[in-house]
Ligand binder design. Sequence first.
Ligand code: VGL
Ligand code: ZN
Length: 191
Amino acid sequence: MRIGAEDALIVTDIQNDFCPGGALAVANGDAIVPGVNALLPRFKYLVYTRDWHPVDHCSFSDVPQFMDKSWPVHCVQGTIGAAFHPALEVPSRAWIVSKGHRTDKEAYSSFQDSDLANRLKGKGVTKVFVCGIATDYCVKATALDSRRNGLETIVIEDLCKGVDVPEGSVATALEELREAGVTICRSEELE
Ligand code: VGL
Ligand code: ZN
């Protein structure tokens, strides 16, 4: 899988709350950071997405069930939990896309209610690579929407981490992505 000169990388939600010690920690969420950092210089366009909730976001619950998409309080706007992981490099050319900022609305995809598709198309981007957290939620939703927007879409499997509740959710998500025409690859296959 070749990275082209006009391709974009979407770095999804590599935020403290999704990493070990965070409010909605995904196992080994931080383990992908070195691999993501290593890829950054190879992309002209970088999109960093972040979950960016108000304190009273509709997905928050005191008894979160995960499977029903209720979650512990996480990624509250302006908190340390919502900040990008400290080891993640954020080059100044990166675009930041915030999502889930409306109290009454969930948003897993960074294309939802944003101008991301138009911005990418405006730059002539036709191919998008996606990495980050969580494979079975925001990565999946973002990659599906990318494909629906007519962009060639590649998920870099080993540079993603998932919630995987119930177990198998990550594998199912990757299968759904393949069926939707998204390519799944590994970072060592990138050239
Ligand atoms: C996410 C659960 C709740 C994600 C965000 O970034 O995948 N997952 N909010
Ligand atoms: Zn969230």
